[in-house]
Design a protein around this ligand. Structure first.
Ligand code: PLP
Length: 214
């Protein structure tokens, strides 16, 4: 599974029951945004580039029995068993990215840890979803119970307004809102590091834009 889909703006809000099937999760875009039940996963991997550190490093949490299942036909660099045997030092690791990850983890602990950052993330996302649901001018892309707290996707009444919104938002200092090309519309990515005042600014911009164009 992919715990958070950055493109559609959807997120699993529970860990699915999979019986004896090993649960493998790509948590690249919501790792450390909330507590998760690690023990229920056979393998978790997360590219660092959203909530953890600069791109270039990936966190992998893998159950011992899964390591034993790594076939020897896997190219060495892609074989988690090799990395585990070598304490993640089989190749030269990207030390600067790892150092920054340490700083981010220290910052996270200072915020009160994952339970605390989850509260902030829920509050940030809810502000945007409340605005989307308020008038019908904006329409959320994801089904309500699958809404992502990291990527809030929505569209305006037509494509022309989508374009105008993205352009005027950029001019107002709210950059990067254009949605992924396969979905269209807008996407507000509000990862851990994105400040709540930025969400407030976007809500205000959405209200003003609707007043002018609604
Ligand atoms: C859930 C998820 N998986 C994978 C990727 C892609 O990662 P990479 O660009 O390192 O292949 C992304 C986006 O960066 C993502 O959000």
């Amino acid at each position: 599974m992919t715990s958070n889909n950055t493109i559609f703006g959807t997120e699993w809000h529970y860990t699915p029951e999979v019986g004896r099937v090993p649960l493998v999760s790509d948590t690249s875009s919501d790792m450390f945004s909330r507590p998760i039940d690690v023990a229920r996963h056979a393998l978790i991997y997360a590219g660092a580039q959203k909530n953890l550190a600069p791109a270039g490093v990936t966190i992998v949490i893998i159950r011992d029995d899964m390591l034993q299942r790594s076939p020897s036909t896997i190219p060495t660099m892609l074989n988690y068993a090799v990395h585990a045997e070598n304490a993640s030092l089989y190749n030269t690791p990207p030390v600067f990215a790892i150092y920054v990850m340490r700083l981010v983890m220290t910052w996270l602990l200072k915020q009160g840890g994952l339970a605390a950052i989850e509260k902030v993330n829920i509050r940030k996302a809810n502000k945007l979803y409340a605005e989307i649901d308020r008038s019908g001018f904006y329409r959320g892309h994801a089904q309500q119970d699958s809404r992502s707290r990291m990527n809030v996707t929505f569209r305006l009444p037509n494509e022309e307004l989508d374009k105008r919104f993205a352009k005027e938002a950029t001019a107002a200092g709210l950059d990067g809102l254009k949605g992924h090309r396969s979905v269209g519309g807008m996407r507000a990515s509000i990862y851990n590091a994105f400040p709540e005042v930025g969400v407030d600014a976007l809500v205000q911009f959405m209200q003003e834009f609707e007043r002018k164009n609604g």
